[in-house]
Design a binder for this molecule. Structure first.
Ligand code: MG
Length: 375
């Protein structure tokens, strides 16, 4: 597709994108977060701002948990922002396709997807503002609230006593679910921790586990069996993220639903998982998949397979997307934007409510954003 086809059909409401810029902020982590393979050291947050001919501004963002943000910013500045100029902000599909065409040499890949997401979320912010609609309505409006589960009390470095204490606090707060990291050297260590948590919270709470891709297929099968008595709600990223066959075989050997998706960067890879039953819960991440435009496709694809969506991280954005689609199961509670926003998502009795203001609904504190800017 050539660029001329897009420029010829100018949007009536938003008009063409007149200018675009990108920058990078480093946000301090709000909590010590460790899992079986890594630590969340800082949130590199890549911002994109677009301004249209009719004076509408859209702000989008993307992230890493510690490395690669400079590469994403470089791709934006050296290639993608120039491509954006003159495109129609009312047409996110066309914009996404143009950006994809401009980056074929580095697609599919995390850096490119993260860059596309920063642009795509800015485009959606602008078009939602222009139409006066909050994102959750503009993207489908399936429901007005979504259950929230807490991950902040389940990191791998926490002792069993700390896990239990935080699980009880979560139950007291009204969370319907919590996630506990697994991947200790011995399966028995994980089992002791999970058993203590389940004993403490009783039967009325969903307990998810996450191995962050750390296990072999044989070990994942063994541990799933060892955890079977704890009524585990899902087993997240048990294996390396691209091992479709491994996840399929694991799913066939355990009654614990297998959840994947936070490390998948294309719609077609999700299809590969779904069509063989290797993904029983889909955890598509709006930044890593390349933005709202492909996120919605994955959610709808999952719906066609009768599979639910429980997006990874970015609760400030995912609360709106989860409410947009009919098959959202949970949103993950990991607050990480407090340093650069004026408000937080509304949570009542363990359920999150999407923002009702037009656009993405995230109230950026621009002074704080400027203060934390590093490039
Ligand atoms: Mg995870």
């Amino acid at each position: 597709m050539g660029s001329g086809a897009l420029v010829e059909t100018q949007g009536e409401r938003l008009g063409l994108i007149e200018n675009a810029r990108a920058w990078l902020c480093t946000l301090p982590v709000e909590n010590v977060r460790t899992d079986a393979v890594q630590e969340f050291t800082k949130q590199e947050t890549i911002f994109v701002e677009i301004n249209t001919a009719t004076g509408v501004q859209g702000i989008g963002y993307s992230y890493t948990i510690g490395t690669g943000g400079a590469a994403v910013l470089s791709l934006l500045r050296s290639v993608l922002l120039d491509v954006l100029i003159g495109l129609d902000a009312d047409r996110p599909e066309a914009v996404w396709r143009m950006l994809c065409s401009a980056t074929r040499a580095t697609m599919v890949g995390p850096v490119t997807s993260l860059a596309l997401a920063a642009v795509d979320t800015a485009v959606w912010d602008a078009r939602c503002k222009a139409s006066g609609q909050p994102l959750w309505i503009a993207a489908g409006g399936a429901r007005s609230q979504v259950p929230l589960y807490d991950t902040e009390g389940g990191w791998l470095h926490l002792s069993t006593e700390e896990l239990v204490e935080r699980a009880l606090n979560a139950r007291e707060t009204g969370w319907p679910g919590i996630k506990v990291k697994v991947g200790k050297p011995r399966a028995s260590d994980d089992a002791k921790r999970l058993g203590a948590v389940r004993d403490a919270v009783g039967d009325g709470m969903d307990v998810m586990i996450d191995a962050n891709q750390s296990l072999t297929r044989a070990e994942a099968v063994r541990r799933a069996a060892a955890f079977a008595d704890f009524d585990i709600f899902w087993f997240e990223e048990p294996l390396p993220a691209d091992d479709v066959t491994g996840h399929q075989r694991l799913a066939q050997t355990t009654t614990i639903p297998v959840a994947v998706g936070e490390s998948i960067y294309s719609v077609s890879k999700f299809r590969e998982f779904l069509q063989v039953g290797a993904a029983e819960i889909v955890q598509v991440d709006v930044a890593r998949i390349g933005g709202i435009t492909p996120w919605l496709k994955v959610a709808h694809l999952a719906e066609a397979y009768n599979v639910d969506v429980a997006p990874h991280f970015l609760m400030e954005l995912h609360v709106s997307l989860a409410c947009a689609v009919p098959n959202a199961l949970y949103v993950e509670h990991i607050p990480q934007l407090r340093a650069v926003t004026d408000d937080e998502i509304a949570v009542v009795e363990g359920h999150a409510f999407p923002p009702s203001n037009p656009g993405l609904g995230i109230s950026w504190d621009r002074k704080a954003v400027d203060r934390l800017r590093v490039a």
